[in-house]
Design a protein around this ligand. Structure first.
Ligand code: ZN
Length: 415
């Protein structure tokens, strides 16, 4: 009976993936050990990590491995690497892709890392701790070993199975997925999964996202001695007032809720601050702060920017400071993926077979590689099983999630 046949085959695949667990843990820790931080964040890019991955791939017997470099003079290698590995399918004209990223965000405050140092991965309580373990090595390793398990069992994927591990996801993807899309690597009818977000039991498939807006506000006053503030204009004080007013006004004006999204409202967060003065007794004349905003797609991002500008000009008039706005990144929310798109249906089917539940679809904060596929008119589903500890100190991935997601990727390749 076919159903029985499918079940037996699934069980064999699951068993093989479980057998590969020690190898998966060792590859995941090996990759975490290699820092791959973007030059914008003081790092040297992904070259070392890409070479590490190529070394691993060379032992795993994929049908083809390619690399696509994008020139970038800010890193010592002069290039940002994107690695693509293929396992040929029964149908080589169509492809299923799992797209992950090589880069990680910086460690942040090192003293907050209490379990282990950020780039010294540690296996503890069935988790692997280290920067990048969840975001995005868990999925990179899970997809890699899904393919390895199929190879070991002599199972050909239904369609060619492509694994893309790209650069520059955390800083806008110009050197990563945008480059690959520009090169025409992906076809309109390719099936795309981006396992770079999700929920803790894997029951959530993201098909919609918010508009991403990052901006920088620079306030110029006049520097002076700390004991004689009247002789200058304290840019730091004005900068703080501006940030608080922006925080208040943006939340008030763009306050609608949409329960389809996880975090059902728009978010406007003051995040990074540039250093101002070196000494406590100097009144700063220059102040720079940044916001990370994720805006519900019902709002026009132009209106958000208009509101920001009006706050800045009010403060300019009131204080005499010179206040400028720089848009660091703006990605309007792409059209949401149809809940009946083939990739969504297949993923639901794989989850049903592997875990026995019906997954639901919805939207999240956005800013992943999936957005660029959607913009290019290629439906992409964002899915993985994560505790959402990305970008935090003591980031980890659960080993059980690595194994469980590998099983889903393997089934997906067979469906
Ligand atoms: Zn990520």
């Amino acid at each position: 009976m076919l159903v029985r046949g499918v079940t037996v085959q699934n069980e064999n695949v699951f068993r093989e993936i479980e057998r590969l667990k020690p190898e998966m843990i060792s590859v995941l820790t090996e990759l975490t050990r290699v820092q791959a931080v973007a030059p914008e964040n003081g790092g040297d890019g992904e070259e070392l990590k890409a070479n590490k991955l190529l070394g691993i791939l060379s032992k795993l017997g994929f049908d083809r491995v390619e690399r696509f470099d994008v020139l970038d003079s800010r890193v010592s290698s002069g290039k940002r690497p994107n690695i693509v590995a293929y396992l040929d399918g029964e149908d080589t004209a169509r492809r299923l892709w799992v797209v992950t990223h090589l880069d990680v965000v910086p460690a942040g405050e090192e003293s907050a890392w209490t379990v282990t140092k950020p780039f010294e991965p540690l296996v503890k309580s069935n988790k692997i701790f280290g920067r990048g373990c969840e975001d995005n090595e868990q999925s990179l390793v899970a997809s890699l070993f899904a393919a390895v398990a199929l190879q070991h069992l002599g199972i050909k994927p239904k369609r060619t199975f492509g694994l893309a591990s790209v650069a520059d996801e955390e800083q806008g993807s110009n050197y990563g997925i945008q480059h690959l899309l520009g090169k025409g690597l992906f076809a309109k009818d390719d099936l795309i999964v981006v396992p770079d977000g999700g929920n803790s039991d894997g029951s959530f498939i993201e098909v919609a996202e918010k508009t991403l807006l990052w901006f920088r506000v620079r306030t110029l006053g006049k520097q002076t001695h700390g004991s004689l503030p009247g002789k200058g204009l304290n840019a730091h004080r004005i900068g703080m007032q501006v940030a608080l007013e922006l925080d208040k006004r943006l939340h008030e004006r763009f306050s609608e809720r949409d329960e389809f999204f996880d975090v059902p409202e728009s978010t406007f967060e003051p995040t990074k601050k540039d250093l101002n003065v070196e000494a406590i007794n100097i009144v700063p004349g220059d102040d720079v702060s940044y916001f990370d905003c994720r805006v519900l797609p019902r709002y026009d991002v132009g209106e958000v920017i208009g509101e920001i500008r009006s706050v800045l000009s009010e403060f300019e008039r009131e204080t005499g400071a010179n206040i400028t706005l720089e848009i660091v990144q703006k990605q309007p929310a792409p059209k949401l993926v149809d809940g009946n798109a083939e990739i969504v249906m297949l993923l639901k089917k794989a989850l049903k077979q592997a875990r026995g539940f019906d997954a639901h679809v919805g939207g999240i904060g956005g800013g992943s590689c999936a957005a660029f596929f959607r913009k290019a008119g290629i439906p992409a589903a964002l899915w993985s099983t994560v505790d959402e500890v990305a970008h935090q100190p003591n980031e980890y991935c659960k080993i059980d999630n690595v194994i469980a997601d590998a099983k889903v990727f393997a089934l997906l390749a067979m469906l």
